[in-house]
Every structure is written in C-alpha cells, then in structure tokens.
Design a protein around this ligand. Structure first.
Ligand code: XMP
Ligand code: MG
Length: 192
C-alpha cells in the first residue's frame, strides 16, 4: 500500500486512507491493455468503436483511446441502475443512448469496474441486439464477485479486493472522480 500523496497537493486533504493503485501503475497497465486490444483488432476494416458508460469510465476511456495504436471512435452511454448507491440490481434504464448505429462495427465496451456484472450483462444484451460485428469488454478494475458473472471479459486491468474504491473516474457522492489514482476512503468520510 502506497501512502498518498506524491508531488502535488491532494485536493481532498486527508480523505484518502490509502492509495491502492498509483497513477504510474494505472498508466503502465493501460498501455498493456491497449496493446492487447490492438492485437485483437489488427485486421478490422472500420475504426474500432469504444463505448464508455458515463461517468465512471471517462478517465479510463480517454487514456485508453490515447494509448491505442489503432484508430478508435468514442461513444458514450448513460444508464441508471436501480438499486442502492453502492450495489446494482441489474434493472437498467438508458438515460443517454449512443449517437450512432453500431451495426457491423467492432465494438469494445470500456468499463471502469465490474462488481456483480449485472449492469454490464444487461448492456451486452442490449448492444448485441444492434448487430455489431463484434462486441467485447475491457475493464480497468474487477471485484471478486464478478467471477460469478456470465460476462466474458477480454481484458482486466487489475483484480481488486471487495472494498469500495474511489478515484480515476470512480466517485463517492460524485466526489473523487478527479483523482489520478485509485484509493480507499477513510471510514470517517462515510459517517460525516
Ligand atoms: P455491477 O455490480 O453491476 O456494478 O457490476 C458496477 C457499477 O457499480 C459501481 N461500483 C463502484 N463504484 N467504487 C465506485 O465508485 C466502487 O468500489 C464500486 N464498485 C461498484 C460502479 O458504478 C460500476 O459501474
Ligand atoms: Mg458511482
């Protein structure tokens, strides 16, 4: 466990108890994930379509797209999952749909984190009905629960323990998305 914070002042003061994955570790792993994906899509004809789910996947999406050695196009969806703030039910409503048709396109869902996998498996089924040429998933983080999910994930950045994490797109009450690393909050943050 690396303690926060290196060269810059932490905007959230003492809220972060520990850094679990550093900025360097994230960026290094993203280059590996991008190379792995590019190898799978070496012979596609159109540009790869990346689909990110707002808002958590935004940081990963932008860094991943820039690390990819092949051209990609960015699409975003916003969904709301019925359930509590920290777990999902698998019942999903689309708040913002894709702007374009993905029929016959190679599509890679770029996910921030897979926990139960319920949201993702719903999304896979929904996107599959639009007849993409291929449909795969790359996730930065995966929790232990996800192992029981039926979704087949092409690449995983980091397997993490079953604890709530923030940073690099992931929030608690909309805060901490802007941190460049993945960390754990002090318990006092939840009780305040
Ligand atoms: P499922 O269970 O459907 O849920 O795979 C995935 C979604 O749950 C949220 N999630 C988290 N958000 N820190 C977060 O900020 C976490 O540790 C965490 N675990 C799950 C997230 O919205 C993800 O897309
Ligand atoms: Mg959230």
């Amino acid at each position: 466990v690396v303690q926060p914070h290196s060269d810059r002042t932490d905007p959230y003061g003492d809220d972060i108890e520990a850094v679990l994955i550093t900025q360097d570790q994230i960026q290094t792993r993203i280059r590996e994930l991008a190379d792995s994906a590019a190898a799978r899509y070496a012979d596609i004809e159109d540009d790869l379509v990346l689909i990110g789910v707002l808002k958590g996947a935004v940081m990963f999406m932008t860094d991943f797209a820039r690390a990819l050695p092949i051209p990609s196009q960015m699409e975003f969806m916003a969904v709301s999952s019925y359930g509590s703030a920290t777990s999902s039910s698998g019942v999903v409503r689309i708040l913002k749909d894709l702007d374009r048709d993905i029929a016959d396109r190679d599509v890679l869902i770029v996910e921030d984190i897979i926990d139960s996998g319920l949201t993702l498996s719903w999304l896979m089924r929904n996107l599959a009905t639009r007849s993409p040429r291929s449909l795969q998933v790359c996730t930065l983080l995966r929790k232990p629960e996800a192992v029981r999910s039926p979704v087949d994930v092409a690449d995983v950045g980091f397997d993490i323990p079953n604890e709530f994490v923030v940073g690099y797109g992931l929030d608690y009450a909309e805060r901490y998305r802007d941190l460049p690393y993945i960390g754990r909050l002090h318990a006092s943050v939840y009780s305040d």
